[in-house]
Design a protein around this ligand. Structure first.
Ligand code: CMC
Length: 430
């Protein structure tokens, strides 16, 4: 057996040993759980830049090498060789399904695609122009009211059924958010279609005409879903884990993940990126916006650039760039104004010292917005598509956490910088 390695920390002249653990790959970690008991001190790591918050077997990222693995499989291979439900099965169960398992899984998901009829009434409580992410936060949270009393999260079977329900219903709930905005009737799912084709049918179909999904476009959207399915302990996944650590209802936890994802620094970047391209408008104005992005006094950032973990390239962005070409070719949109602008922006930024020195490269959201726009998905729904895909990762990570016998409620501490104790003075004397 390997000898236990320790890190020695010297605090005010007193040495303490902290165990070091190794994972299967990736950086080792120093176990600081005994730090407070031994020193009376906490660690300080706002933004969790050096903190591993949990053990996980699901997704591995090497940000320097541009590697993303789901359960050990490179994202490039999964995106080329598998469909979204195969990848969902892998993320949930740890292994790729064989043909029989895949057939059963597809059929289980299809059995859960309809939403409870009462759930449809939640939509009418929203303003017609409500942002789809606001609707998703509300409606997915509301699912907890439908599946609560009979749910025991300590029972693995109950957790699995919750995962199936969420994966099956999210396309329906997301498409309904679009239909509500558009003033069109909600479409029932068609279980003869694949997961992604069915979503496109619920988005773009109407009761008046049969919708025939274009297989090239279905494949492109399926790939977007695969690329967004999980991403280690990112902000929204950590939100789901933290919310779930108290034993809360999983549907409510996923709703908290959707809320976190909405922000422009996270999943909202695809919408923000497309709005930015519209604002730039023309290649001649790229220089002006690059200058603004570099100005410390200007809060403007180039949306779709930079990543906390990827410091060389985002492997998802590479695949999404290819998908972008495929979709635009299929639709005869090679000369699309925003796509040309995006390519010009990418080229100029990649040659600029500021972006090179800070290792700021296009991330997945730089291209996913252009693909989605070409598919006919409205800009406001881009982050909703991300949420639909990431639901698989969120629920798998939640399930892993709840199933861990060492699981504890998450409870960070703080460096307090506020007023020390003082007495309340009567109002007339303040
Ligand atoms: N444009 C201009 N400058 C940038 C950008 C950008 N997009 N991103 C980072 N910087 C600068 C930042 O100002 C900072 O400069 P300085 O060192 O002088 O203070 C430096 O680069 C480091 O950035 P940071 O904000 O400290 O890095 P972070 O790891 O905290 O943030 C990020 C990562 C993704 C939030 C940030 O790069 C960003 O806001 N990017 C734009 C939004 C975006 O595209 N988000 C999608 C991420 S991918 C999808 C997902 O997984 O959610």
């Amino acid at each position: 057996m390997d000898k236990q390695r320790n890190a020695t920390l010297n605090v005010d002249g007193k040495s303490i040993d902290l165990p070091i653990y190794s994972g299967s790959i990736g950086p080792d970690v120093i176990d600081i759980r005994s730090l407070y008991a031994k020193t009376g001190m906490f660690t300080f790591d706002p933004g969790f830049v050096s903190t591993a918050a949990c053990k996980s077997d699901i997704t591995y990222i090497d940000g320097d090498e541009g590697v993303l693995l789901y359960r050990g499989y490179p994202i490039e291979q999964l995106a080329m060789k598998c469909d979204f439900l195969e990848v969902a099965y892998l993320i949930l169960h740890g292994e790729l399904p064989n043909a029989k398992q895949k057939g059963e899984f597809d059929s289980i998901i299809k059995n859960h695609t309809m939403v409870h009829d009462q759930l449809t009434r939640f939509y009418s409580g929203f303003r017609r122009d409500a942002h789809p992410m606001a609707i998703l936060v509300g409606v997915v949270g509301a699912l907890s009211a439908f599946y609560h009393e009979a749910m025991d999260i300590s029972d693995e079977y109950h957790r699995t059924v919750s995962a199936h329900r969420l994966i099956a219903k999210l396309p329906n709930i997301t498409a309904m958010a679009y239909k509500y905005n558009a003033g069109q009737p909600f479409m029932y799912p068609r279980n003869d279609l694949s997961y992604t084709a069915n979503f496109m049918h619920m988005m773009f179909g109407t009761p008046c005409e049969k919708y025939e999904p274009n297989p090239v476009l279905v494949r492109a959207l399926d790939r977007i879903l695969i690329l967004h399915a999980d991403h280690e302990q990112n902000a929204s996944t950590s939100t789901v884990r933290l919310a779930g650590s108290s034993g809360a209802n999983p549907f409510a936890c996923i709703s908290s993940g959707i809320a976190c994802l909405w922000g422009p620094a996270h999943g909202g970047a695809n919408e923000a990126c497309l709005n930015m391209l519209e604002e730039i408008g023309d290649v001649s104005r790229v220089g002006e916006f690059i200058k603004r992005a570099k100005d410390k006094d200007d809060p403007f950032k180039l949306m779709g650039f930079g990543h906390r973990v990827y410091k060389n390239f985002d492997p998802r962005a590479k695949l999404m760039r290819e998908t972008c070409h495929e979709v635009l070719n299929e639709l005869g949109l090679q000369d699309d104004r925003l796509f040309k602008l995006a390519i010009a922006l990418e080229k100029i930024a990649l040659e600029d010292d500021y972006f090179i020195s800070k290792k700021l490269y296009p991330n997945v959201d730089f291209y996913s917005g252009i693909v989605q726009r070409a598919l006919g998905i409205p800009v406001k729904l881009f982050t909703g598509i991300f949420a639909m895909a990431r639901t698989v990762g969120w629920i798998a990570q939640w399930n892993e956490m709840i199933g861990d016998p060492e699981q504890k409620i998450g409870r960070p501490r703080q460096l307090f910088t506020g007023a020390t104790q003082r007495d309340v003075i009567a109002m007339d004397k303040r």
